[in-house]
Design a protein around this ligand. Structure first.
Ligand code: FMN
Length: 192
């Protein structure tokens, strides 16, 4: 694994909001999509807004967040509703989900609505040429609204989810189509 100078952009975290899989340890290994907010990609500090969830609880307890940068829509879909078991990982220490491009270890501290995070270690596993796929982007959008729908039971959000799922079906490949199935299954539990 290539060792890089310790700064956020070397691990794929750029200025703006970076959608990644956050891994935390508690009673179990918790995996959830999170948006890491970066204001200085040349530095090591960032933050993430945390709602009331297991990620927040684990960070409060362990003061640590692991980040995986990954482009697999199925992983985003599963982690939005469940946690990945060990079979999804190519390494458990550091925790690396199969297919991840990079990983980071972050020191993390809850400060009000946010966790302030500081990069302390990381590695780059793969550098892949990859075009933008609207289907993948649509899966991310469907999941943002889908997780809010599950949390707040606001059925108006379902229209947004349906819109993005249609787009993902049109523009995505097999992994996006599998992600669509996972999301539809979860949403139908709520609607039925
Ligand atoms: C793309 C994406 C980004 C998300 N970003 C955040 C975030 O920054 N903070 C947060 O608390 N939840 C975020 N969520 C929602 C959580 O991933 C979701 O509520 C998850 O179920 C929380 O899991 P946990 O209870 O296992 O921590 C995001 C969801 C998606 C799909």
């Amino acid at each position: 694994m290539e060792k890089m100078e310790l700064k956020l952009r070397n691990f794929g975290l750029r200025n703006g909001i970076n959608e990644i899989i956050g891994i935390t340890f508690g009673k179990w290994t918790n995996t959830a999509p999170l948006g890491i907010i970066v204001e200085d990609e040349e530095g090591i500090n960032a933050k993430v807004r945390l709602y009331s969830n297991h990620t927040r609880d684990n960070i409060k307890e362990k003061k640590e967040l692991w980040v995986n940068v990954i482009h697999d829509p199925v992983i985003f879909a599963i982690c939005s509703f469940d946690d990945l078991d060990e079979s999804y990982f190519e390494s458990l220490n550091p925790p690396i989900i199969r297919g991840s491009l990079s990983w980071c270890r972050m020191k993390a501290e809850i400060k009000g609505a946010y966790a302030e995070v500081e990069l302390i270690d990381g590695g780059v596993l793969r550098k892949e040429a990859k075009a933008v796929n609207r289907g993948f982007n649509a899966i991310v959008e469907a999941l943002v609204y889908g997780t809010r729908l599950m949390e707040y039971k606001n059925m108006a959000l379902k229209e947004k989810v349906d819109y993005y799922l249609k787009l993902a079906e049109k523009c995505g490949g097999e992994r996006e189509k599998r992600a669509v199935e996972i999301i539809k299954e979860r949403i139908s539990e709520l609607v039925d």
